[in-house]
Structures are given as C-alpha cells and as structure tokens.
Design a protein around this ligand. Sequence first.
Ligand code: ZN
Length: 163
Amino acid sequence: MSNTVSTEGTLYKGSCHCGFAKYTIRLDFTKPPPSLHGANATRCNCSVCHKMGTMLTDPGDDGSSTFTLLTPAEKNLGMYAFNTERVRWFFCPKCSITLYNRVHGVFEGVEVRTFRVNVLTLDEKEDGSPVEDLKSLKIKYWDFKEVGLPMAPLDAPVNGGVW
Ligand SMILES: [Zn+2]
C-alpha cells in the first residue's frame, strides 16, 4: 500500500443527496482495474446491493491514494456492517445515500481488502465538466445471489433482479 497521492486519471467530486457528505475520488474510466473485469462499474444482486441499488466502481486501490472524504469525518457517517463485520457500507446519516464500502477480512482462507465507490454519487469533474453519461460506461453484473465467487461478472443483468 502506498500513501502517495495518485495523479492518474480524473479527479471527480461526489456527494450524497443533501450535501452533508462530500468527497473527491480519482478514477480512470479508460483503464479500469482488473477487479472490474473490463467494466467501469458493477451492479450486484446480493441481498444488500439489490436493496441499496448501488453501482460500484473500483479506483484501483484501497482509497488511500485516490479518495478524500472532505466532510464529515468517516466516524460521523452512517455505517452498516454485516457479514461478521467484514463488509462495511458508509452512508449519509441525514439523507441515507450510500457513498462507498470497505471490505476487509478473510473469505474462504483468502484475505480481502477492497474499497468501492457508488458511481451514482459522482457529481462532476474537478474542472466542473460533467461526469460521463452512465450509458457510456461499461457495466457488468455480479451474480452473488446464486453463484458467488469465484466468477467473473456478466455482461447482462442476472436473475434476482439488477438492471
Ligand atoms: Zn446527505
């Protein structure tokens, strides 16, 4: 892990709906990390993703060099932890919008540490230009409801209902 601040890609501003939570994140949609299997973002049909309706992307690190939570401090966000606390979702405690998640723990003998941001909470690029239209992004679909890991995400929505 590096504490060096990344300068690759584009700096985006993001926020919840009410503006209580604000962040910046550096993403490069032209070079998605291997975890996204060629997609820019993924949806998932697992029990929590389905109900939250999030669309997640991976900045390629654990957030330490790409993500800055401007306000509030993370401890003042809402946090929903499940799966024996290994999966933690962070959301605005005022308007409920889910911003990102952190996964850290051992899954079937393998240590996993990931960071994913909800691309639906991106507002604009640092220079004020608009975020890429979601239609231009490559979206893939995890079937965690029925398949789980290991697998690659699919090109079309899967049973259990993500669009
Ligand atoms: Zn809010």
